[in-house]
Design a protein around this ligand. Structure first.
Ligand SMILES: [Zn+2]
Ligand SMILES: [Zn+2]
Ligand SMILES: [Zn+2]
Length: 272
């Protein structure tokens, strides 16, 4: 299984256009891995997780096309994870010379409500709906996918994380996760993960209701180790950083490494 991080920032990205905090100013001055676009992750070449507002910039910068993607998993309806306009760009009018495969879109009710409100047409975008709720299982293409209830976006209630198995490896994609409920921990019992992508959104800030800080990140990992889901050979990757809670990339990477993980950056590819 191969992951390509198209974006690793939280809602505003880094640097936020409307912020002059030290992390944003450092990113403006130094560029490179300190710049974090809004989050999407490509799995192998055919499954995309989340379709945020920065897809164009990510793909242009990484010389990537998404023409082979025929599965899209959406975690939730926050604007950094689902931008309906980007789905509309699949319409024939925008790719006259290109044939695309039909794309199965796995997403919860609030994402579908957003898509419908935006005026999107399934037929024009060439998508097949696969509505899903937390704690369900679905097979899409060659992937077995289980949805977990995230402790995030609780006023809407259908934010999800995904356990994805491509037949060679098992990934837990946990962004945006919050601190899992006991019910979600039960869903993880018995799993052995090859990789975990876990949010570190508010790393250096006090605990929050929707996102993980450093202590929360550590405790989520510890509990995954306790139940045997994470072992020494599991690849742990922290992502989804807010400028208001994270340091410049190298410093952030050092902090994450102390907890046994690595810090994602835009363009990072990891195979496991
Ligand atoms: Zn987010
Ligand atoms: Zn800032
Ligand atoms: Zn969110």
């Amino acid at each position: 299984m191969k992951l390509t991080f198209l974006g690793t920032g939280a809602a505003e990205g880094i640097p936020s256009p409307f912020c002059d905090c030290p992390t944003c100013e450092y990113a403006r001055a130094h560029g490179g891995r300190n710049i974090r676009k809004r989050q999407s992750v490509l799995l192998n070449n055919d499954l995309l997780i989340d379709l945020g507002p920065d897809i164009f910039a990510s793909c242009a910068q990484l010389s990537l096309s998404l023409c082979e993607v025929n599965q899209l998993l959406v975690t939730h309806s926050h604007s950094d994870h689902f931008e309906p306009t980007n789905l509309m760009l699949r319409a024939k009018a925008y790719r006259l010379s290109t044939e695309l495969p039909e794309m199965t879109v796995v997403a919860g009710p609030s994402v579908w409500a957003l898509w419908d409100a935006s005026g999107g047409s399934d037929q024009q975008a060439g998508i097949k709906r696969r509505p899903i709720l937390p704690n369900r299982a679905v097979q899409v293409g060659g992937y077995s996918v289980r949805s977990l209830e995230a402790a995030h976006h609780s006023s809407i209630g259908d934010a999800m994380n995904y356990v994805i198995d491509d037949g060679t490896a098992t990934l837990l994609y946990a962004s945006d996760s919050g601190l899992y409920s006991d019910e979600t921990w039960q869903q993880l019992e018995g799993l052995q993960l090859d990789a975990v992508v876990l949010e570190g959104t508010i790393w250096s800030r006090p605990p929050g209701k929707e996102h993980l800080n450093e202590d929360d990140f550590r405790s989520m990992l510890e509990r995954m180790r306790e139940i045997g889901a994470v072992t020494e050979r599991t690849v742990v990757i922290a992502t989804h950083f807010s400028h208001q809670g994270s340091a410049p990339h190298e410093e952030q990477d050092e902090r994450v490494r102390k907890l046994g993980g690595i810090c994602a950056y835009d363009g990072l590819t990891v195979a496991f």
